[in-house]
Design a protein around this ligand. Structure first.
Ligand SMILES: *Cc1c(COP(=O)(O)O)cnc(C)c1O
Length: 406
C-alpha cells in the first residue's frame, strides 16, 4: 500500500491550488484611473461607487445597493435601518462568523443563538420558531459557505411573527434560491468583499434591498445621518461614516467582470467534487437543497465521520490530508462559547435588567458536533482549477481511508 505522506510517503499532490486574489491589468488600470481622477471617495457627481451599487444590485436581482466599508458594517447599518432598539432580540445561527452576532451587540440587541440543520449547517427553521419571544425583532439567516438557507421557511416564519429578515450573504456572492439570487429575498442582505471572499477588494461590503424606504435609511445611516435633499451639516438620523472608497469600488467593478466565469468554474467543480464524494462513506459534503439553483461555494464543507476511519479523530485526519497536499481547516467554534460575545451579552443584560445574568449555554448539539468533531472546510480556491485538481482531493481522502482501515 502507498505510504501516507505524514508517515514519510509521497504526497498525492505537490502543486499548490489556485492563488488568491485573482487579478490582472483590469484591476491595475482601474486603480490608476481612480488616482488620476482625483475622486478617491464618494463624490457629488455619479462615481464608481454608485456604479458598483447599481451593477451588483443588478447581478443579484435587487432594486437597491448601498456600499459600505466591510461586511460587518453592512450588518450594523442594516440592523440600524430596521430600527433595532436596546434589548431587542435577534435570532442568529450559533455556527457562523462572529460578526453576525457582534453586529447585534454593537447596536444594543441581544443575539439569540439557534442551532443548525445537521445536513446543511444553516439555521434550522424549526428551532428558529421555538426561539421566538415577544422581544424578537429579526432573524439573520446566514448562507454558510455560500449554500443558501431555507428562505421559504425563513420568509414564512418572519411573516407569521412580524419579524425582519436580514440575510447574511457575506459568503454567498452569486448564490440563488429557486432562481432568485440571495440578498433581496429577505428585507435586507449583507455581502462582504474582504480578502478571502469570492469577490474581493481587501475590504468592502454592500447592502441589497428591494425596499426603497430601507434603502434610503441605509444611505442616511452610512452617510453620517444625512438626508439626500438636506444640507451638508443637517443630520437627521443617528448614523456614522460607513462609506466605501473609490479604490474599493474600482477593484470591485474589475472583479465583477470575471465573476461569472469564476462562479461557473466553482459550480462545475463543486458539483463534481460532491458527486465523487457521494461514494465515500464517512466523508460527505453538506446537502445542497434541490431549491438551491446556484451555490456560492465560498467554502466546500464536508462532514467527517471518524467511525468510517477506524476512529481516527478529525484533527489527525486533517493533518494527514494536509500532508497529502490538500489544504483544509476545521472552521468555527460555537459563537456562544466566545469570550467577546459572552462579555458583550452579559454587559448588555446587566444594563437592561440591573442584574448579573448567569444563563447556561443554549442547547445546540448540532453546532457542537460541527465545530468539534465533524466539519471540515475547503476554501473556494480548490474549486478554481481543473477536474484533475478536484480528483486529487478525492484520491487523498481515499488513500487515508485505505491506510487507516486496512
Ligand atoms: C466575512 C463575513 C462577515 C463579515 O464581513 P467583513 O467584510 O469581514 O466585515 C460576516 N458574516 C459572515 C458569515 C462572513 O463570512
Amino acid at each position: 500500500m502507498e505510504k501516507l505522506a505524514i508517515q514519510g510517503g509521497n504526497p498525492v499532490r505537490v502543486k499548490p491550488f489556485q492563488n488568491w486574489p485573482v487579478w490582472d491589468e483590469r484591476e491595475e488600470q482601474a486603480l490608476i484611473n481612480v488616482l488620476h481622477s482625483g475622486i478617491w471617495g464618494v463624490s457629488a457627481e455619479e462615481g464608481l461607487i454608485d456604479c458598483f451599487e447599481r451593477e451588483y444590485a443588478l447581478v443579484h436581482q435587487a432594486k437597491y445597493g448601498r456600499c459600505v466599508f466591510n461586511g460587518t458594517a453592512a450588518l450594523e447599518v442594516s440592523l440600524r435601518a430596521i430600527n433595532i432598539d436596546y434589548g431587542d432580540e435577534v435570532i442568529v445561527p450559533a455556527y457562523t462568523f462572529m460578526a453576525t452576532a457582534t453586529a447585534c451587540l454593537m447596536v444594543g440587541a441581544i443575539p439569540v443563538f439557534v442551532d443548525i440543520d445537521p445536513n446543511t449547517y444553516n439555521l434550522d427553521p424549526d428551532k428558529v420558531e421555538a426561539a421566538i419571544s415577544p422581544r424578537t425583532r429579526a432573524i439573520i439567516p446566514v448562507h454558510i459557505g455560500g449554500n443558501p438557507a431555507d428562505m421559504d421557511r425563513m420568509t414564512e416564519i418572519a411573516k407569521k411573527y412580524h419579524l425582519w429578515v436580514i440575510e447574511d450573504a457575506c459568503q454567498a456572492h452569486g448564490a440563488a434560491w429557486k432562481g432568485q439570487r440571495v440578498g433581496a429575498i429577505g428585507d435586507l442582505g449583507c455581502f462582504s468583499f474582504q480578502s478571502s471572499k469570492n469577490i474581493n477588494a481587501g475590504e468592502g461590503g454592500i447592502i441589497l434591498t428591494d425596499n426603497e424606504e430601507l434603502a434610503e435609511l441605509c444611505w442616511s445611516i452610512l452617510n453620517c445621518g444625512r438626508v439626500r435633499e438636506g444640507e451638508w451639516y443637517q443630520h437627521e438620523v443617528l448614523g456614522g461614516n460607513f462609506r466605501m472608497t473609490g479604490w474599493q469600488a474600482a477593484i470591485l467593478l474589475a472583479q465583477l467582470t470575471r465573476f461569472d466565469e469564476l462562479a461557473r468554474r466553482r459550480e462545475e467543480n463543486g458539483l463534481y467534487l460532491a458527486e465523487c464524494l457521494a461514494q465515500v462513506d464517512g466523508f460527505q459534503p453538506l446537502t445542497r437543497d434541490p431549491r438551491v439553483t446556484q451555490h456560492g461555494y465560498h467554502l466546500f464543507i464536508c462532514r467527517y465521520d471518524s467511525s468510517a476511519f477506524n476512529g481516527l479523530p478529525r484533527h489527525a485526519f486533517m493533518e494527514a490530508l494536509q500532508a497529502e497536499g490538500i489544504p483544509c481547516s476545521e472552521g468555527y467554534v460555537p459563537l456562544y462559547r466566545m469570550k467577546a460575545i459572552q462579555d458583550g451579552t452579559r454587559r448588555l443584560k446587566r444594563f437592561l435588567t440591573g442584574k448579573e445574568s448567569t444563563e447556561p449555554y443554549p442547547d445546540c448539539p448540532v453546532t457542537e458536533k460541527a465545530c468539534y468533531s465533524e466539519g471540515i472546510w475547503f476554501a473556494q480556491t480548490i474549486l478554481l482549477g481543473t477536474r484533475s485538481d478536484v480528483d486529487d482531493i478525492v484520491s487523498a481522502v481515499m488513500k487515508i481511508m485505505r491506510n487507516i482501515c486496512s
